[in-house]
Design a protein around this ligand. Structure first.
Ligand code: GZL
Length: 323
């Protein structure tokens, strides 16, 4: 009987030790509580951006409060106020438009919470309201799109280039900057004529609507479509085909983002150029937020590296895009 008792005692002791994980194995305390207001889920780019931020928060041991604003600025402002009330360590957000943020960002400043801009910028007189911007150089993306078009027009010996533009969300940084970079680059080329710019709001459905309108109005006269994102481009292409034109041949198509679906269509020759705009900003966001939490200096502007994919290249080596 004594033996059985001893064995039971040993088993009980072992169970007790196994159940008390050593401090080093205890669940790590989150290093940081980050509140992030995402503007919506309007495109593969946006969904990829959200997924990357969630994955990198996990990897970096950051506790993430992520709220989706469903394309409404008022929802982003409300989310930022909730983050302030919750006393998060750092706030980050992707502003759907550039104007209208000063009041809520002053509230964050008064609460002593640093704010990181992700992807898009704001328009403000007060540079102190945000710590930094992590996002693409949209102006350069517009320049790259135009430079491709100039090379393409040269290669086809075009003496007149009629362009229609499908723009992203009105008053958003990517819409304003991509348009500015594109127009500034073609303005001294007499061949280039922008017939009309229409707003597709970065949405696939609106891209299709815009393309139907432009085809009805300009039809055969359209030589080039410059679309501010892949979603709108992918909405426009079936409309071009339904109208009896071959995309990538009868009409030159230039798009921005570089998601997998657009790259696949580029490889089929139905898009001519895709300017990359990477949504993989999660690592930079976590590193920067942790620096701010620890009182370290951060760069005011952090641009990721970006490529241009086009029918001038061998496209077979493009890695899976991940968005
Ligand atoms: C660009 C991002 C844009 C993408 C669109 O950084 O703000 O918003 O180009 C997305 O696909 O909707």
């Amino acid at each position: 009987m004594r033996k059985v008792k001893q064995i039971c005692m040993l088993l009980a002791l072992f169970t007790l030790i196994a159940g008390c994980a050593r401090p080093s194995e205890q669940a790590e305390e989150p290093k940081l509580l980050l509140g992030f207001s995402q503007l919506g889920s309007e495109s593969a780019w946006r969904i990829g951006n959200t997924r990357d931020i969630e994955q990198k928060a996990e990897e970096y041991g950051v506790s993430l409060m992520l709220e989706n604003a469903n394309q409404k600025q008022e929802n982003q402002i409300a989310a930022i106020r909730r983050f302030i009330a919750y006393k998060v360590d750092v706030i980050a957000f992707s502003p759907i438009v550039e104007e209208g943020w000063d009041n809520v960002l002053m509230e964050a400043k008064n609460a002593g919470i640093p704010v990181i801009l992700v992807d898009r910028d704001i328009s403000t007189e007060n540079e102190e309201l945000t710590a930094c911007l992590i996002g693409a150089d949209f102006y350069s993306e517009g320049v790259q799109a135009a430079r491709y078009l100039i090379r393409k027009a040269d290669s086809l010996n075009m003496d007149q280039v009629n362009i229609v533009e499908i723009t992203g969300t009105e008053d958003s940084t990517p819409m304003r900057q991509r348009q500015a970079g594109f127009m500034d680059t073609i303005k001294n080329d007499d061949r280039m004529k922008v017939m009309e710019s229409v707003n597709g709001d970065f949405l696939k459905s609106r891209g299709a609507e815009c393309m139907r309108y432009l085809l009805e109005k300009y039809g055969d006269d359209i030589d080039v479509i410059f679309s501010h994102n892949d979603e709108m481009t992918l909405g426009a292409i079936p409309e071009i085909e339904d109208a009896g034109y071959t995309p990538g041949k009868d009409v030159i198509i230039i798009s921005i983002d570089g998601g997998q679906e657009a790259i696949d269509v580029l490889k089929e020759g139905r898009i001519n150029c895709v300017v990359e705009c990477t949504p993989m900003l999660g690592s930079k966001l976590m590193e920067t937020a942790l620096k701010l939490k620890n009182g370290q200096e951060v760069e005011k502007l952090i641009h990721p590296e970006e490529k241009v994919f086009s029918d001038e290249q061998d496209l077979s080596g493009i890695e899976p895009r991940g968005y």
